[in-house]
Design a protein around this ligand. Sequence first.
Ligand code: PHE
Length: 337
Amino acid sequence: MQADDAHLQTALDRVRSAPDLEALRALERESRVLVDEGFAAARQSPPERRKEAFQSVQRAKEAIEAAIRARKDEFEAAALESERSGAGFDPTLPAPKPRRGSLHPITQVTRELEDLFTSMGWRVLDGPEVELERYNFDALNISRDHPARDTMDTFRCDPEGKLVLRTHTSPVQVRAMERLKPPFRAIVPGKVFRNETVDASHEHTFHQMEGLCIDRGVSVGHLIGTMKTLLRGVFGRDIEVRLRPGYFPFVEPGFELDARCPFCKEGCSVCKQSTWIELLPCGMVHPNVLAAGGIDAEEWTGFAFGLGLSRLTMLRYEIDDVRLLLSGDPRFLEQFA
Ligand code: PHE
């Protein structure tokens, strides 16, 4: 190949119109062979023309190299431009999938119970977690010297002790009575707080679900029936219950409701070999509480219960350490996805 060669013109044209980088690389290889051949031919030429022949091939070589470099630059500039303009980005491709979380086991149990109770005409209520001492204690007939008021048990939010972190969901009983006209039925799932020494079965923050039914002529029979329905919903079959007397200032009479252990017949570690599980405290709403909520105790009656949602969730999924529930540990939470 020589600088004035028609071959050179063709080679330059092909380089300038190379469609892509791959074609250009092929041309580059091809032209190196041609240049080598050109130098070989120059070596063979008569001595008087040899110098000129070498110079001609050298010029051809440089011309081709420059053309290749220029074409490469064009490709690079085009690639950069297309990246900048977003061309080559296919908006119809599926997006990368976000990692999916799941509902906390307590939320799952709460939602199931909400479905169950709303299907029976109950409503779901909410209340403040920072509560007035009046609602948390006084309106619930809890006397000034009741041990629950002990500073050991209750987190207080101000020096006068008028604001507390609610120690139970029961204050929403009175808030509901103030807001709603009887008859009504409501559940109140939510967080409660107690100044506990934390261990496998005690947490300072845990979940309860209050239940309150106010109507005419409400009896303990209604309470038991409702609790049996709740258990059927949670465990998927009929479960025997029993009532023992229990004392809570805001119910009279007050009970502890036990359920037959859903896991065994003869006794196991869950029921501590007794075949009964202490499920929830409950009772008939005390007339003083009805009065505090502005409801005429001559006309209206009611029952209330305080379900330990954390405890029920633990029973349901056989979780043996309450601290896992609020640990936020993904290894624990992933199991409920
Ligand atoms: N609020 C009580 C507690 O947390 C439970 C309870 C609720 C008892 C409703 C009776 C009726 O211990």
